[in-house]
Design a protein around this ligand. Structure first.
Ligand SMILES: NC(=O)c1ccc[n+]([C@@H]2O[C@H](COP(=O)([O-])OP(=O)(O)OC[C@H]3O[C@@H](n4cnc5c(N)ncnc54)[C@H](O)[C@@H]3O)[C@@H](O)[C@H]2O)c1
Length: 445
């Protein structure tokens, strides 16, 4: 009883400060998720503290420069100019914060298992500075149970304080979709779950200042499961259309035409599109967080495994199609000049993480093809952990197109001049269904 009323007081004071915009909102991890979030809270009037272990990012922010192409230098300068933004590598500054939001990576390990080391390292670094009345929200995508079973005990141990009494933890997943002009942080509904009703009220009050719609769920585990469910849904549906693509291809049917026609059904169908394989930080990775946790409950995640298998086989399908298309023209892949268009993992952005285009480029190179690429968003092939190409983006001209034996459309950026490509490329292998089936020299893959 005493504990409940103590918590009610904490919650009331927290919400009061939020409503008056007196709170200091801290974001730990200033990457693709953390940076727009801190810009959002800053813009609506909060004092904001950004913490990252990457000194280059902190220095860049101090220099009023962006390090993510999607966000302009002007946007960063605007935030710095408010005088309500501090960026630092010094975790002790978190003592000052009312709310601490964690946006650190959650990749897979070499063995395809959840790698929570970023979350645990960050939580350990925060713990000594946690103080009474603070709200700590995990935003990283993860399996159900992480907030309560992993984050909370580390915070209690490191701070000597008691969760749900002195401080409160919550979980709220991110739904950023960089490059999508229809949505931004403020217009995407946000799901929140906390360990107590007071904590849920606190987190909701915070997010409601910035986001149009906040969806409360009963526990952090539910909120964690919501995020995984969304991404598993995508991974499985993309695998399904990828499988249909291969079947219809053998039947001489264009899967993109099928999907577009099916999508005219006003109910019960949602279009997903095939491609050269999965890319990005989320869809190829997140489903396997559930796979790992499900084993604790003696469950096999068969849909997830199958979807992973099909999606991961797409680069081989594309390579095979390139080989067949060249063969038909009396050419071997070995020695062929293959120009890859679009190497970012999705269109109109520069993000290369898990890009299937790179896997395809590597497979083609291993088979002896001479690889070049053109991508207006990735002018120099970046340093990647597992891939290496010493290449620069080629400017797309009629001559460059004519000089290639095969033009492989891996990512269909809007900036490409598709008419010019169709007119000058001797052979186009199209993994995105961008070219109409009637264009000569186009092979769908
Ligand atoms: N990128 C997306 O579109 C997206 C969308 C939804 C959810 N997510 C999830 O959000 C989380 C963050 O993803 P992201 O894309 O922003 O990653 P990111 O790699 O772009 O950014 C993570 C940041 O955390 C920093 N960091 C790493 N360890 C740290 C530590 N110990 N202390 C402080 N900072 C640390 C890194 O330097 C980096 O700046 C992941 O769980 C991801 O799955 C990402």
């Amino acid at each position: 009883m005493e504990q409940a009323s103590k918590l009610a007081d904490v919650s009331r004071q927290f919400i009061d400060r939020i409503n008056k915009k007196e709170s200091l909102v801290a974001i730990v991890g200033l990457g693709y998720v953390g940076l727009p979030l801190i810009m959002g809270f800053n813009k609506i009037g909060f004092s904001t503290l950004g913490i990252d272990i990457d000194e280059d990012k902190i220095n860049s922010l101090a220099d009023r420069k962006s390090y993510i192409a999607h966000f302009s230098d002007d946007g960063i300068a605007e935030m710095v100019d408010t005088g309500r933004f501090v960026a630092s590598t010094d975790f002790s500054r978190l003592k000052e914060a009312d709310a601490i939001l964690l946006c650190v990576p959650t990749p897979l390990s070499k063995h395809h298992e959840p790698d929570l080391s970023y979350v645990t390292d960050t939580t350990k670094a925060i713990a000594p500075y946690v103080r009474k009345g603070q709200l700590i929200i995990l935003e990283s995508t993860t399996y159900p149970g992480t907030t309560r079973e992993v984050l909370q005990p580390i915070l209690e141990e490191g701070s000597g304080l008691v969760a749900d009494e002195d401080f409160i933890v919550a979980y709220s997943p991110e739904r950023e979709d960089l490059g999508n002009p229809d949505f931004d942080t403020a217009t995407i509904a946000k799901v929140v779950g906390a360990t107590t009703s007071q904590g849920l009220d606190m987190a909701t009050a915070l997010y409601e200042t910035l986001i149009g719609k906040v969806v409360k769920v009963s526990t952090p585990e539910t909120a964690e499961a919501v995020k995984l469910t969304e991404n598993i849904f995508r991974a499985v549906n993309i695998a399904l259309v990828n499988e249909l693509k291969m079947i219809y291809d053998d039947m001489g049917i264009d899967v993109w035409e099928v999907i577009d026609a099916a999508a005219t059904k006003p109910f019960g169908f949602m279009p997903f599109y095939p491609g050269p394989g999965l890319g990005g930080h989320c869809i190829p990775i997140d489903p396997f967080y559930l796979t790992w946790k499900a084993r604790e409950y003696d469950h096999q995640t068969r849909f997830i495994e199958l979807a992973g298998e099909i999606n991961a086989s797409m680069p081989d399908f594309v390579v095979h199609k390139v080989m067949l298309a060249l063969n038909e023209r009396g050419k071997a892949l070995k020695g062929a000049r293959v120009l890859v268009l679009g190497i970012a993992y999705k269109k109109n952005i520069d993000d290369m993480r898990e890009s299937p285009a790179v896997v395809i480029m590597e497979k083609l190179r291993d088979l002896g093809a001479r690889i070049s690429y053109s991508d207006p968003h990735v002018l120099v092939f970046p340093k990647m952990r597992r891939h290496h190409f010493d290449l620069k983006s080629k400017k797309l001209t009629p001559q460059v197109l004519r000089e290639s034996d095969c033009v492989l459309l891996a990512t269909d950026h809007d900036a490409f001049d598709y008419d010019m490509i169709a007119q000058h490329a001797p052979l186009i292998v199209d993994t995105r269904g961008r070219f109409s089936a009637t264009v000569e020299n186009v092979i769908k893959a």
